[in-house]
Design a protein around this ligand. Structure first.
Ligand code: 0A1
Ligand code: ZN
Length: 846
């Protein structure tokens, strides 16, 4: 095992030089691309260091010059050092790299014959020698020489001719925002007039044959551009904005200046091949990357510890955008579902870290739900504390003060303090402390005075034993026993470990609705009766808490059922009422009829000191689904009829909501009709949402063999649809068949394991199949280990990400733990483990 070098936030020092400008020439060739750089450096007046160290990895250096004279730099681990003058000078060098051999998809690589880059976080050092750190910003001019029809880089086109093109980006940027794309690509064009009247050329670049999947993405881009002008006053700042779709990509997408690069799965869309969920996700990610132009690019991060400065804020902005486009209530519920199932899980296990970590081994391991989603939640807390006006003032000041900067969380907080006058010392703990606070609630009613008493506690997390109290905005409303709201939503600011709040002048003991809209990312613990939850499900005026009440009921019921209990009548009746309530948005009804995830049940049991049994949880889930299906058997056919969406497909929220409820009704009905209705629905499906939902229903009742075969025949040519075909079979397998199915599919001729989307389709689905992955015989743990060991030398980023499948291993019984530990140890013992996977396994094992 190699020793892992840890990087600390406290060690930050500025680079000794500033970079005045950068000229790069790329002579493209699949295995022998040459990169010639000419960079003007000058001593940095803010630094006393004159250590000229340039990062560089896997580069074949041909020559180097300083001020035109040949030099022989010292090639050292991770880069080079060279003696340089103590005044301004020009550095030049030529390196050779092998894009074809780059399977890690970091730096310059090839995907289906197309050249493509990914430089965040530290990929630029795989392209040429450079101070590859986000606080070194400069103006880039790029010349690309290659016989490819499309030759693209950042900024504005400067000049071009047969076999070459030049680009100039006038905005200083860090190297992680550099991008280059070259290939046989087709552009889907568009245009946009900015608020000050400038014309911007828009393009979506895709492989020939994918032009028909661009229209939605282009519209989403225009909507994002308008929204950022209207809501944040942010205007686009170049003459052109390019988006490229690429099939081999480690993440979702990347915000390179003026040249966003997207995983084709999150930009290409058509009704025949994409589900409603795909459309919504595409719109959100296009917005996210576009919004980065201001929150990330114009204002970037000083160092990678500050990653949530750009990511938390940009996620927060894309969540606001999607809420504005498609409805806030449903968006909030969906965001909280993700937060709880992924971030709470991370925050309560061995990988827990603060939104702003203070140490890391491999930064790529910190592109996490905590940095992104909790980073956004922390901004939501802040907005509750300073109010909408305070937030707006602070954001205006942030853009004003820090445009062109590489900033820190301290800068961000200072802006809020200056704009609102509020002291944010205690609030800052949300950035520096890991772990999810648990908030216990007690109440009393006496003489017309109702009192709520809250107590907060956060369990220790790795490296942080002490958890001082945080400031928590708790949104509360009160209902009278008839279900009328007697106190509209108020924000209670909890700042102490234990704190009480009283409400006077009430004629009867009210029913409290606490943490409305999920006003802070905490676990609320309150001993309530099933009756009270059913009452809130029926009467709460806050849509989030209405949904939450149903989920809490379902969760308690599932937990009771794992211990031999039976389905709760109040839950069944409550669900019936919601399903039939035409005043409720179908999308909301679809969510309210869903059950808490099995992993969530396991987490709740573990938090209560009970060892979860995945098989029992699975059986409880099945039994409750059956009971609901039966109890509402008259409702399903009616919903199927009411929620039909005849006519041309539209991905808008209204139609998507109807299809979602239609899908839920079909899923429950399949539990009692053995799949008859789903079989019919599969045959008549007019779009991918309907086709996939019908197929999933069939698989969940162990039918659908013929449909799987015809689906494959129909979609063999479409790699994105085939990802769904792979994923669905694993995700909907029974627990006993899940691992065997993943194994069988991994032997399929179309299982291209070096493609991250295909790998995730199979093994991501396996990891997320709670009872399947955690089979008592350890087969899930072992199969994942086999594949992570195989993948790691090819793509260490993906192997590391997928190792999070094991992060909950300590929740389970001794036998499962022993099997998981053995699998983890086997991974850890693999020769030449990547730094990525090595760090993850070490942390998970601790
Ligand atoms: N900044 C991008 C995400 C991203 C991060 C790292 C990558 O490679 C390691 C790629 C993309 C975003 O937030 O969208
Ligand atoms: Zn981002």
């Amino acid at each position: 095992m190699t020793i892992q070098e840890t990087i600390y936030l406290s060690d930050y020092t500025p680079f000794g030089f500033i970079v005045e400008d950068v000229h790069l020439t790329f002579k493209l060739a699949p295995t022998t691309t040459r990169v010639i750089s000419r960079i003007r450096f000058a001593p940095n007046p803010d630094s006393s260091s004159r250590d000229f160290f340039l990062h560089g990895e896997g580069l074949n250096l041909h020559w180097a010059k300083v001020d035109g004279a040949d030099v022989a730099p010292d090639l050292v681990k991770g880069g080079l050092r060279c003696d340089v003058p103590d005044t301004a000078f020009t550095w030049e060098c030529e390196v050779e790299i092998d894009p074809q051999g780059n399977t890690a998809l970091e730096g310059l690589y090839m995907s289906n014959g197309m050249y493509c880059t990914q430089c965040e976080a530290e990929g630029f050092r795989n392209i040429t020698f450079y101070p590859d750190r986000p606080d070194v910003m400069s103006v880039f001019t790029v010349r690309i020489e290659g016989d490819n029809p499309a030759l693209l880089s950042n900024g504005n086109p400067a000049d071009s001719g047969e076999g070459w093109a030049e680009w100039h980006d006038p905005w200083p940027k860090p190297a992680y925002l550099f991008a280059l794309v070259a290939g046989d690509l087709r552009n889907y064009p568009g245009s946009f007039k900015t608020m000050s009247g400038r014309d911007v050329e828009l393009n979506l670049w895709v492989r020939p044959g994918d032009e028909g999947k661009c229209a939605f993405g282009m519209e989403a881009l225009k909507k994002s551009m308008i929204w950022d002008e209207e809501v944040y006053g942010r205007e686009y700042d170049l003459d052109i904005f390019n988006i490229v779709a690429v099939d081999d990509f480690n993440m979702g997408a990347m915000e390179n200046k003026g040249l966003n690069i997207f995983n084709s799965a999150v930009v290409l869309a058509s009704p025949e091949t994409s589900t409603d969920a795909n459309f919504e996700r595409i719109e959100a990610i296009i917005a996210h990357e576009y919004f980065h132009n201001w929150t990330g690019n114009r204002i970037t991060c000083r160092d990678w510890f500050q990653l949530c400065l750009k990511e938390g804020l940009t996620v927060f902005r894309d969540q606001q955008f999607t809420g504005d486009m498609r409805g806030h209530a449903v968006k909030r519920i969906n965001d909280v579902v993700t937060l709880r199932s992924r971030q709470f899980r991370e925050d309560s296990g061995p990988l827990a870290h603060p939104p702003r970590p203070d140490q890391f081994v491999e930064i790529n391991n910190f592109y996490t739900v905590t940095v992104y989603e909790k980073g956004a939640e922390v901004i939501n807390i802040l907005k509750h504390l300073v109010g909408d006006d305070g937030y707006k003032k602070a954001l205006d000041l942030y853009f004003d003060r820090h445009d062109g900067d590489a900033a820190t969380i301290e800068d961000w907080l200072q802006v809020f303090e200056d704009a609102t006058g509020r002291d944010l010392t205690q609030f800052k703990r949300w950035y520096t402390d890991a772990g999810t606070p648990h908030v216990k609630v007690a109440d009393s009613f006496d003489n017309g005075i109702y009192t709520l008493t809250f107590t907060q506690e956060t369990a220790p997390t790795p490296g942080q034993d002490d958890k001082p109290a945080r400031v928590i905005p708790i949104a509360v409303g009160l209902l009278d026993p008839n279900g009328n709201e007697v106190l509209p939503t108020q924000i209670l600011e909890m700042a102490e470990t234990t704190q009480s709040f009283s409400f006077e002048g009430l004629s009867a003991k009210p029913v409290p609705s606490i943490l409305r809209g999920f006003s802070a990312p905490v676990v609320l613990e309150r001993e309530t009766s099933a009756e009270e939850q059913a009452f809130l499900l029926a009467h709460d005026t806050d849509p989030f808490n209405k949904w939450e009440a149903g989920q809490a009921l379902a969760k308690d019921c599932l937990i009771a059922m794992t211990q031999g209990g039976t389905p709760d009548q109040g839950l069944l009746d409550g669900m019936t009422t919601v399903a039939r309530d035409h005043s409720l948005d179908p999308a909301f009804r679809a969510l309210a009829l869903g059950l808490p995830a099995q992993d969530d049940i396991a987490a709740t049991l573990a938090a209560r000191g009970i060892t979860p049994d995945p098989d029992k949880i699975w059986r409880a889930h099945q039994a409750l689904k059956q009971a609901i299906a039966q109890h509402l058997q008259d409702v399903w056919p009616r919903l199927l009829a009411e929620m039909a969406t005849p006519g041309p497909y539209s991905p808008d929220a209204e139609h998507a909501g109807k299809r979602a409820l239609h899908g839920v009704a079909l899923a429950y009905l399949s539990q009692i009709d053995g799949g008859t209705a789903a079989k019919a629905a599969y045959t008549t499906a007019g779009n991918m949402t309907e086709q996939l939902s019908a197929l999933a229903c069939l698989l969940s009742v162990e039918k659908g063999t013929d449909e799987l075969a015809t689906f494959r025949e129909q979609w063999q040519h479409d790699r994105l649809v085939m990802d769904k075909w792979f994923g669905l079979q694993v995700g909907y397998a029974s627990p006993e068949n899940c691992v065997a199915t993943a194994k069988r599919l991994s032997e399929d001729a179309d299982f291209n394991w070096k493609n991250p989307n295909r790998f995730r389709a199979v093994f991501g689905a396996m990891m997320m199949h709670h009872a399947g992955f955690h089979q008592a015989d350890g087969s899930g743990y072992n199969l994942l280990a086999d594949w992570l060991i195989k993948l790691d030398p090819v793509n260490g980023q993906i192997s590391a990400r997928m190792s999070t499948g094991y992060e909950t291993w300590k929740r389970y019984d001794a036998d499962r733990q022993a099997k998981a530990r053995a699998a983890l140890k086997r991974i850890n013992g693999a020769p030449d483990l990547s730094r990525n996977l090595g760090e993850m396994v070490t942390r998970i094992l601790k």
